[in-house]
Design a protein around this ligand. Structure first.
Ligand code: ME8
Length: 523
């Protein structure tokens, strides 16, 4: 049987897999939401999407966090990972797989890529002596370290480092300097945004040392095949999660067609791992490279980096209780220019969401639909005497939705939404100028045309914004009786005729985007 989804072009998108050494924070929610919006948008555009997110559960950081709580590491990982999957579900993240690095198929994939790197002659045993940051799970060169208070040595990320000396396997990263530089030169979009690309190129141009890729001082990790006492360096197995999701090493796996990934969406602090180590591992293992890596910015609470020590971590689940999911999703993508850092506060969320979602779009839908229910008994207005203003509005809305599409295709998410909101504002201007309520007695024929135009515009705008606010936009489409299969069809105007012919009637609407109240204690 022909399955249409199988014929569509695959699109594989991943988030970073998150360390569940603590509860999820707003940065984790932000990353998942951004990836989810892109995944939903690509599905709507007809791509056959595979979307993976999950948790990164090995490494010293996890082992230490478990020990600090007096728990067995696996039990701790099970419990903490579930907070991330619960959060993903709460935020309407439409992932196809929530991967855990303790999953059996992930062990198989990690050991297979290891074996392939052995076969390439890229792994050798030696003694590692150098600096390690447990917080970053990263090795640093002496020359990269910075001085902290009291002369303490810190990583460039400002985290403590400790001297480590042990026998480990090394990966011949030094071999890949030129191939990596060639990769960046040939594929300007491999690393985005531009600022991150420049950073990575400078780092690689500065020379690459071989990388320590196994540990012997603890055992919480994927065992190195044929090398008792060694577990893989957590980043080797973590990065491999992207391959695990496509059934690697089984080339005939159901999901093998999704590799290479189209987009690894990650934060700016881990671009080096994804744009240097990962392509080098893959080149060594003779596996095709992902098409692009995008390093998004950080979400900061009133401009400060969130951290447990600063005591300003805000639980995303609490924010969800306060504001609702659509509001947070909209705020994250609208407020922050994607790729740059952004700041959030309760006031900023309330202001943005009320102005654009509740007042501009929500109210447009609410007043138009309730007017139709009250004055036309809910029947979709039949064509009335049209006016050039009607065609002009539809044109403005078409352009606004096309702008969203162009922005989203290019990962310019906030610019895409900005284009969309211009279409909403155009509708509000139109409704004020045309004043359908005044036409009710004086010119009902013209009133019909105005309401009909608005219904068409609202349908298009709701479809366009669906990837961002699936609940509210879905509710508007439900009210209009737009079926699921038409949720991708922005310019299908046959819909309107079909609905009218079928005698469809609107029900009394309730607001799809409620106004928010500023919470006192969260300010
Ligand atoms: O780095 N704002 O996990 P992680 C936005 N396990 N994004 C943020 C953020 C913030 N304030 N804080 C963190 C890891 N992030 C590894 C990844 S991938 C094979 C392994 C982002 O839990 C961060 O940049 O520390 C990263 O992309 C993700 O959250 C998980 O961070």
């Amino acid at each position: 049987p022909r399955n249409p989804a199988r014929m569509a072009e695959p699109y594989y998108i991943t988030t970073a897999i998150h360390y569940p050494n603590g509860r999820p924070h707003i940065g984790h929610a932000y990353e998942m939401v951004a990836a989810d919006v892109i995944a939903r948008f690509q599905r709507q555009a007809g791509r056959d999407v595979l979307f993976q997110t999950g948790t990164d559960e090995h490494g010293l950081k996890m082992a230490q966090a478990a020990r600090a709580r007096g728990l067995e590491t696996r039990a701790f990982a099970d419990e903490m990972s579930s907070h991330f999957s619960v959060m993903a579900d709460r935020f309407q993240i439409s992932y196809d797989r929530f991967i855990r690095t303790v999953d059996a198929d992930h062990y198989a994939a990690s050991q297979a890529i290891w074996q392939a790197m052995v076969e390439a002659g890229d792994l050798y045993l030696d003694r590692y002596e150098g600096w390690y940051s447990v917080r970053d799970e990263a090795f640093y060169d002496e020359k990269e370290l910075v001085e902290g208070e009291g002369g303490a040595k810190l990583s460039p990320q400002g985290t403590p480092v400790e001297w480590t000396a042990e026998e480990t396997w090394f990966f011949r990263l030094s071999r890949y300097q030129q191939p990596l530089l060639d990769l960046y030169a040939a594929n300007p979009d491999f690393i985005r945004p531009e600022s991150r690309r420049n950073e990575v190129m400078r780092f690689v141009e500065g020379g690459l040392s071989d990388l320590s890729v196994s540990r012997t001082s603890f055992d919480w990790g994927v065992p190195v095949p044929g090398s008792p006492g060694h577990v893989m360096y957590v980043w080797v197995d973590a990065l491999t999660n992207y391959l695990t999701g496509t059934g690697y090493p089984n080339k005939d796996a159901e999901k093998a067609r999704y590799w290479p990934a189209d987009l690894h969406l990650i934060g700016k602090d881990i671009v080096r791992f994804h744009a240097v180590y990962w392509p080098a591992f893959l080149m060594s293992a003779k596996i095709p490279l992902p098409k692009s890596v995008f390093g998004h910015g950080f979400l900061l609470s009133r401009g400060e980096k969130m951290s447990k020590s600063l005591g300003n971590v805000v639980d995303p689940m609490e924010l969800a209780d306060l504001f609702g999911i659509d509001a947070l999703r909209y705020f994250f993508l609208r407020e922050v220019s994607f790729g740059q850092d952004g700041s959030y506060s309760a006031e900023a969320i309330v202001t943005r969401v009320n102005a654009e979602l509740a007042n501009a779009f929500g109210n447009l839908a609410q007043r138009t639909l309730s007017f139709i229910v009250k004055n036309l008994g809910g029947a979709l207005p039949e064509a009335g005497r049209s006016d050039p203003a009607d065609a002009m509005l539809i044109e403005e809305v078409v352009v606004a939705c096309a702008g969203l599409k162009a922005g989203f295709s290019d990962l310019m998410l906030s610019q895409g939404i900005e284009s969309w909101i211009r279409g909403v504002y155009a509708c509000n201007q139109y409704i004020d100028v045309q004043a359908p309520w005044a036409l009710r007695k004086t010119d009902p024929e013209r009133m019909h045309a105005v309401l009909g135009t608005l219904v068409r515009a609202i349908r298009m705008l709701a479809i366009a914004i669906l990837p961002v606010v699936p609940d509210g936009a879905g509710r508007v489409l439900d009210l209009l009786g737009v079926e699921q299969r038409d949720h991708a069809a922005i310019d299908d105007d046959g819909w309107y005729a079909r609905q009218s012919e079928a005698g469809f009637r609107l029900d009394t609407p309730t607001p799809a985007f409620p106004r928010l109240e500023a919470p006192v204690e969260a300010a």
